[in-house]
Design a protein around this ligand. Structure first.
Ligand code: NAD
Length: 487
């Protein structure tokens, strides 16, 4: 049994109260995680405030970078065990959690490169006796709250830009998958981050609420559901704290009749069945142009039926269980709703049996889905695909944009003119063309509409963790009229 510990002020904290972490493959309790008290949240924020004022904001960028690079090395050195823990905690296959650890290290290195290059600007003014320049300042204590589907992957979008720009952090992972985040904070202590720079508290919504409403928190970055994101934005608005929100999606994956269908079908399978559909960018709405509709539906139904389900720790497994019981029940409920609404089931359609207590849902494909059915408008966050036919470009764009979410979309076509025309009209933060779920440390990521606001990864992320401070210096040495603004 693993006993995870929070990290507050550079020290492990077991917490007075704990909760069980259940392995969704075996159904067994495999770890205990602390449930942070209000006092522990206070201590974490106070420690982060102290570290910000006394240490981290004065630490030269080159030193911040050195520690971030050391953390990247430490994470890579422990990537195998970190990946095993994450797969045990949330059921995601090791085939994906292992490369996610490497990608997290890549993000740390990418942003470490900026830590000593946070340049301001020198701004020429009308008045030659006024010298003006800008600085990029960290906010202070950043609260980083993540979801359970990719604890380290999601944190790797937040922690590196926050630290590189000179903020200190209090991280709160999901109560459904906390262990690897605690381990990452342990590594941060081991490589020499000063106490208080990286704190982790664990627990559920109560701990999250205590964190975001703490007066010592100056920036919030949240990844999770849109309903929670709305509550967090409301709480942040009361204190006027800037927020980055990475929320849910219902992403359209659009296959035109001139696409390379073999590649498009692989893209569609990857879009919805990778991570058992538990990704914010899941291509859960597959829009297919009518001339190739039947062929695509048949091919995807066949691929779905052949997906190898099993132990997430087995490198041969293609799809593991879903991560937790509430999620499992929600997915099955939406499958029933789709049946009730008259969608045509062509693969799966319920629990996958033969896995004991494992929370397995069969890869499920509905065809002839109407764009306004629940299964086509609500985020399922599971291995459930809705296939919707369309006639032409206008029809595809209308269906693609006709929902509240705006996270990602993909276009499959060999016609470059068409690709540009369609991309131009898609109301989403991320578009893929002839690929799906491709990612890079350099490429900004985030949504619009109910998918949130702000950007992670890439240079854009630096702006989320800094404010511009303008400095104006009068070097004329001359007396001035005190009652007139100086320009
Ligand atoms: P969730 O919103 O239930 O929880 C997310 C986190 O918020 C958890 O740590 C939780 O403890 C905390 N939390 C819950 N209520 C809170 C409150 N009132 N105040 C402060 N913190 C609170 O989401 P989830 O079920 O963990 O994750 C699934 C959702 O996350 C899906 O909607 C998915 O699309 C989204 N997600 C988005 C992205 C993205 O980058 N856009 C990535 C992954 C997941």
């Amino acid at each position: 049994m693993k006993h995870a510990t929070m990290v507050i002020d550079g020290k492990p904290v077991a917490g007075a109260a704990t909760r069980e972490a259940v392995n969704p493959y075996s159904g067994q309790v495999w770890a205990r995680i602390p449930d942070a008290s209000a006092d522990e949240v206070d201590r974490a924020v106070e420690s982060a405030q102290r570290a910000f004022r006394e240490t981290w904001r004065r630490t030269p960028g080159v030193e911040r970078a050195r520690l971030m690079l050391a953390l990247a090395d430490a994470l890579e050195a422990e990537a195998d065990s970190m990946a095993r823990m994450e797969s045990t905690d949330n059921g995601k296959i090791i085939r994906e959690t292992r490369p996610q650890m490497t990608f997290a290290a890549r993000n740390l290195r990418f942003f470490a490169g900026y830590a000593d290059k946070l340049y301001g600007r020198t701004i020429p003014l009308d008045n030659p006796s006024l010298f003006d320049y800008t600085r990029r300042r960290p906010y202070g204590v950043a609260a980083l709250i993540t979801a359970w589907n990719s604890p380290i992957g999601l944190l790797a979008n937040k922690l590196p830009p926050a630290l590189a720009t000179g903020n200190t952090v209090v991280v709160k992972p999901s109560e459904h998958a906390s262990v690897t985040t605690c381990e990452l904070a342990r590594l941060a202590c081991e490589v020499g981050f000063p106490p208080g720079v990286v704190n982790v508290i664990t627990g559920g919504p109560q701990a999250g609420e205590a964190l975001i409403s703490h007066p010592g928190v100056s920036k919030i970055s949240f990844t999770g559901g849109s309903a929670t994101g709305t509550r967090i934005a409301e709480a942040a608005a009361r204190r006027l704290v800037p927020v980055t929100l990475e929320l849910g999606g219902k992403s359209p994956n659009i296959i035109f009749d001139d696409a390379d269908l073999d590649r498009a079908i692989v893209g569609a399978v990857s879009g919805i069945f990778a991570a058992a559909g538990q990704t914010c960018v899941a291509g859960s709405r597959l829009l297919v142009q009518r001339p190739v509709y039947d062929e695509v539906v048949a091919a995807i139904a066949e691929r779905a039926a052949g997906i190898r389900l099993g132990d997430p720790l087995d490198p041969a497994t293609e799809m593991g269980p879903v991560a937790n019981e509430p999620q499992y029940q929600r997915i099955l409920g939406l499958i029933e709703a789709a049946r009730g609404d008259g969608a045509t089931l062509v693969a799966g359609g319920g629990p996958a049996t033969g896995f004991g207590a494992g929370l397995f849902v069969a890869p499920t494909v509905f065809a002839d889905v109407a764009p306004d059915m629940r299964v086509a408008t609500e985020e399922v966050f599971g291995p459930v695909l809705s296939i919707i036919p369309f006639d032409d470009e206008d029809d595809a764009v209308r269906i693609a944009n006709g929902i509240d979410y705006g996270l990602a979309a993909a276009v499959w076509s060999r016609n470059i003119d068409r690709v540009h025309r369609v991309v131009e009209q898609l109301e989403v933060g991320a578009v893929w063309v002839n690929t799906y779920r491709s990612t890079a440390a350099q490429a900004p990521f985030g949504g619009i509409k109910r998918s949130g606001y702000g950007r992670e990864r890439g240079e854009d992320a630096l702006a989320e963790y800094t404010y511009t401070q303008n400095v104006m210096i009068d070097y004329s040495g001359a007396a001035r009229d005190p009652f007139v603004i100086r320009t």
